[in-house]
Design a protein around this ligand. Sequence first.
Ligand code: ACM
Length: 759
Amino acid sequence: MLFKKIKLVVLLLFIALKGFSQNNYALIPYPQKLSLLKGNFVFSPKNKIQILAGQKLENEVSYLRSVLSQYKIETAVKSTTSRIELKLSADVKGEESYQLQVKPGIIAVTAATPSGIFYGIQTLHQLMALNNIGTHQKQIPALSINDQPAYSWRGSMLDVSRHFFNMDYLKRHIDRLAFYKINKFHFHLTDDQGWRIEIKKYPALTEKGAYRTFNNQDSVCMELAKENPDFEIDPRFIKVKDGKQLYGGYYTQQELRELVAYAAERHVEIIPEIDMPGHMMAGISVFPELVDGKIGWGELFSTPLCPCKEEVYTFVEHVLNEVISIFPSKYIHIGADEVDKTSWEKSELCKAMMKKEGMKDVHELQSYFVHRVQEMVEKKGKKAIAWDDALEGKINSDITVMYWRGWVSGAPLKAVQNNHPVIMSPTNPLYFDTFPDKSSLRNVYNMNVVYDDIPADKTHLIKGAQANLWAEKVPSENRADFLLFPRLTALSERLWTNKDKFEDYSNRLLAHYPVLDQMKVAYRLPDLCGFALESVFVKDAVLEVKNPLKGKNIHYTQDGSTPTTKSPILSGNSLVINKPTSLKFALFSTGGAQSKGDIYAVNYKQSTFATAIKPSGKLANGLSCDFYKQPIDKVAKISGNPDQQFLVQNIVVPKEAKAPQFGLKYNGYIEVPETGIYTFNLTCDDGGMLYIADRLVIDNEGPHSPIEKSGQVALEKGLHPFRLDFVEGGGGYTLLLQYSKVGCDAKNIPDSWFQRELK
Ligand code: ACM
């Protein structure tokens, strides 16, 4: 009996001392320094909270009040038991740094600037969210935090031209950015598919340019919507005019000013982009006199503004002056990407101007245009940002370069060598319109913000990074949320914390899903695992899906239809398979937000164990690896004789295999230690095909960004022919082959499994 009592006391003591599980301070981005203290801060309806704040913090106090009221916490003019102190102090170094102390009865945020104070409040906000304040829990753990960001540019870009998003969504997006300490919202306001900002001098830009008939991108969405309702075109932005359906919308200047103020309260700077001289179809359709030539599409891009017409500069200046009067940001983005210059080549005006100015080609005309627009921006006390395409011409170092063309990997180096500040938004992994998969969180988290080739004395020019969401195939808020979250949380931690703690982050992220539910984010639910997309069974098999989130169900279908919450539940997450079948299943949220996971399509084929073989020749470790230096982007296009042959011990791209585009063929044997069904996971960018025992196990043909595909093969113990074909189609590659026997833990294949026959 006494022993039992002692056990109980020890248990209670343990709980009291430990107090909180790691979930209670699972902050993202994780602070630079966090130590737990004894005790906790109790929020209680009896103890109203007094806010004590220094001068110049009215905005932060008001924001704090709104956070507290979100959790139903009341404030009082005076309290001796519960206080939150906000204090500006020059002792804290750094523009956005803060210190947060949570102790019984008192929370103190100290920083040198209101921004720092704001980030301290955001950390408190997360602690309250993670601890369900106002619902189940009343307390947050006592702790001490010293924190500052690694990078000053922590951005998110939204394209509202290809598809439109209303003010309400933009405000919610800004709330979410602030919650994850992202401080720049790059607002892509104009493009070929819609002009979204009211310009009082040119009302036709929005009267006409903000609306379009459905285009080919809408048709793609409508087709995809048959499988996934998130691709349905948002009906709020469809109107009927003269019997025609038009899609579109725009923001009035008044609305934009409100948005700017809303963002400023949350320490988010909005950077407007007017994309020019290309990507201007919406504008030039209204004012065709701004081009010289036919308005339309070239091989890839639309006709650009004509840099040789003076009225173009008048137009641009009027537009920019109004843009600048709305957005107080330090930066204005002037685009300068993807310009089809063929209309300039044909233009008599341009030919004459190039002759007069001694320009040798049309690229110099582009530089001339960029330079003149840059001057307009700088005359107004702002700085210009341009996409890295602008580096192809001569631009001066006052322009900040936004790097996006992942396949031009030397561009950041070139930019810093010319002393340009650089913002990193490379296609891989920061184009969030690319389909997220199992590896995308890890890819974003582990991204190299400062590329290895940047010299140490230039690293300060890399200001940070941002994720870009292009909206061609993003016609709804749910689709945008799905693509943005949780990937933005991974980027936030890379840019703020900048440490290699992916496993730790992944665990903390599990605690953020319920918070994202509360915030009504239709995020992408975590990946399921424990199965292969192309599965086999010999007699029968059990499909056992591992679901990392409790309280959410997996629904499945077996008739080829898309699973919904009305489809049967995969109860106990398992199903016995004894005949060939195709299943579709997905994890669904039960919360308010309509978040969902990927829809997995798993095919089961009946198979037999492949017989192990005994090669006649002598064996040695490793695989042969044939290198094909060819301009190809698909495995199927590898042809002819290899340019070189390498020997590798495992599936790696040999260091010597260097070319902008190339193919590799790995050949040999794989020796498996026991008879069984083996699952292989092949992640590749661009394409890969895996054959084992002369059976196609994985078809991951390119071209594409890194995608993982999985397949199974039934193998007898012993040696089996092995072949992997891989292609790098340009823009950087990924190649990873792993295996698993059961469950989710894909492992690297031991070197000793690979054999080759000595000739
Ligand atoms: C871009 O994706 N054209 C910047």
